[in-house]
Design a protein around this ligand. Structure first.
Ligand code: DQA
Length: 196
């Protein structure tokens, strides 16, 4: 479905970082955050990663899942090793932490930010994210699917490169040509130019 013909021979190591209070998933405000607990979410992501490894023809896709309620521990984890990418739900630190945003930028990390709830539809203090401007992408409001969608985007970006998700680049064709009619048109033009 992603139309990738060749093994990209990439071995990717991704950190899945859950911020403060996400240890309470499944118990806390289930009408907002859902009934699944953190272990279920992590297992779902590990299963999804196996699928992505195949779809993107990666030689290996490893996830390390991490949660902490101590901001300093999250900052240390981000620099523990050279992560290829980070899928992060900074939770309440999204709206408060210049330090976290600075560290993500300072380490030049490629990251996708995710939130379970639709933060744009909630209290106004949740509308601002310090970390979103530096993210490769942000997904929110889809519950657990925010994470699987975010992981898919992150892996696409890491496997296929920077330009791959730009709608104007032919790179996006390699991800989901069937869903991007505009891209298909650009591609059709480009290929008629090259063949003609
Ligand atoms: C959250 C949204 C944040 O505003 C909140 O502080 C969280 C979880 C989410 O996943 O919807 O703890 O990041």
């Amino acid at each position: 479905p992603f139309g990738i013909q060749h093994m990209t021979a990439k071995d990717l190591k991704i950190l899945v970082a859950h911020g403060v209070n996400l240890d309470l998933l499944g118990q806390r405000q289930t009408h907002i955050y859902g009934k699944a607990d953190l272990a279920t979410l992590n297992q779902g992501l590990i299963d999804w990663a196996k699928h992505l490894q195949q779809q993107f023809r990666l030689s290996r896709l490893q996830l390390e899942c991490f949660q902490t309620n101590v901001e300093a521990e999250l900052l240390a984890k981000l620099s523990e090793q050279r992560w290829d990418g980070v899928l992060i739900n900074p939770a309440a630190w999204t709206h408060t932490s210049v330090a976290l945003a600075d560290r993500l930028a300072g380490l030049s990390l490629t990251y996708v930010e995710v939130h379970l709830s639709n933060i744009a539809a909630r209290e106004s203090f949740r509308h601002h994210s310090y970390s979103a401007p530096g993210a490769a992408g942000v997904v929110y409001g889809l519950g657990l699917t925010s994470y699987t969608a975010g992981l898919t985007g992150l892996v696409a970006r890491l496997a296929l490169g920077d330009g791959a998700l730009c709608p104007k680049s032919s790179g996006c064709l390699r991800i989901a040509p069937d869903y991007r009619p505009k891209c298909r048109r650009i591609w059709a033009k480009a290929s008629s130019r090259t063949s003609g």
